[in-house]
Design a protein around this ligand. Structure first.
Ligand SMILES: [Zn+2]
Ligand SMILES: [Zn+2]
Length: 366
């Protein structure tokens, strides 16, 4: 079976790609498998991982690299073994992961995001079927092809324009909130969100929608007005002296999510603001190893952990929750044809709080 789709996208060829040097060209999608779908891409968010990948900071650039992993589009072709009930005409989203082995313990227990042989949505080999060893191509493109299990239908009531950022950033913060029972609590939990940015602002929105008391924690007051508009109950500008900043928050938080990427992280100061059995969860990367005293772990039973995206089922639950509770990331839209300008602005830290690229020729709305 042949396809009508012409696969063109914005390729990164070297580590200067991120500095406005993506090149629009035709590319080969993965070889077709019968559990695949093809979609015309309407929207694709820009995530920090895309910028890191296109600068060579993440892994060396394997040319040509087509990034973009907050993809939303309309299905134009399905195989005869598709999953998730995806049909031609369905609006769907794809996040950071595009495939998994299907055979390991994690895949069989619906924890595909922990599969040791998973395929990331860009620049990562597929391990199954006809597409075996093909490199994945992401959403900075006109069309996308890949396995239907990781192609999640959008629920009724969710705007496709805001769904892209939910596919990676949204599920990244939703998963730890779900894991630590924030939505199911009989009494509102106290949740701290460190960093008010792409991930952090979605963490605030989800935690508030789950009924939590939410505190934004940031170095300065520069994001305070936005945090208040996002609905926080409290805001801590830590400044340089964490002990002073946290003096009245001793044993206050049930869960603190770290969404920023500071060069180092003074974990012991943050341990003091966790309730016994409370948790601190990293979704941002801190390059320097944590220095953590075991006495504080033993004496308060706290959990220090991390979290990585979510499973296909977890993404579907997150989208359903977002649709029902009207969780809507703050986005700024760019025509995808202007992706090079958008990447430059992205790197200056200008998104408030997520850029979404729009393929107007495919029906996306600016
Ligand atoms: Zn991402
Ligand atoms: Zn697996």
């Amino acid at each position: 079976m042949t396809t009508q789709a012409v696969f063109k996208g914005w390729k990164g060829n070297d580590e200067k790609a991120v500095d406005g040097n993506l090149v629009f060209e035709e590319f080969e999608p993965k070889q077709w498998d019968e559990d695949d779908v093809e979609m015309k891409i309407l929207y694709c968010g820009i995530c920090g991982t895309d910028a890191a990948a296109l600068s060579g900071n993440f892994l060396p650039i394997e040319s040509p690299q087509i990034c973009g992993h907050e993809i939303v589009g309309e299905v134009v072709r399905v195989g005869n073994q598709v999953e998730n009930g995806v049909k031609v005409g369905s609006l769907v989203g794809v996040g950071y992961q595009s495939d998994s082995c299907r055979e390991c313990t994690e895949c069989k227990s619906k924890n595909e995001h922990y599969c040791p042989n998973q395929t990331v949505t860009f620049n990562s080999p597929y391990h199954r079927g006809h597409g075996k060893d093909n490199q994945s191509k992401g959403g900075f493109a006109k069309y996308w092809r890949g396995p239907s299990r990781f192609t999640i239908p959008l629920p009724e009531g969710l705007s496709p324009e805001v769904a892209g950022p939910l596919m990676c950033g949204g599920v990244t913060v939703f998963t730890p909130l779900e894991r630590f029972g924030i939505a199911d609590a009989t009494e509102p939990k106290n949740v701290g969100v460190i960093g008010v940015g792409g991930l952090g602002h979605m963490g605030i929105l989800f935690a508030k929608a789950m009924g939590a008391n939410v505190t934004a924690i940031s170095r300065s007051n520069s994001k305070k007005d936005d945090a208040m508009k996002l609905g926080v109950d409290d805001y801590i500008a830590t400044g340089e002296n964490l002990k002073d900043a946290f003096a009245s928050y001793n044993r206050h938080f049930d869960l603190v999510i770290v969404t920023s990427n500071p060069p180092e992280f003074p974990i012991n100061d943050y341990v003091s603001i966790l309730k016994p059995k409370g948790a601190i969860c990293f979704v941002g990367i801190v390059p320097k190893p944590l220095e953590l005293g075991t006495i504080s772990l033993i004496s308060s039973n706290i959990v220090v952990t991390g979290s990585n995206i979510g499973s296909p089922e977890g993404i579907a639950r997150m989208l359903k929750f977002a649709a029902e509770k009207k969780v809507s990331p703050w986005i700024q839209k760019w025509n995808m044809d202007d992706i090079n300008k958008a990447m430059l602005e992205f790197q200056k830290g200008n998104p408030r709080y997520r850029y979404v690229l729009v393929n107007t020729d495919n029906g996306g709305k600016l």
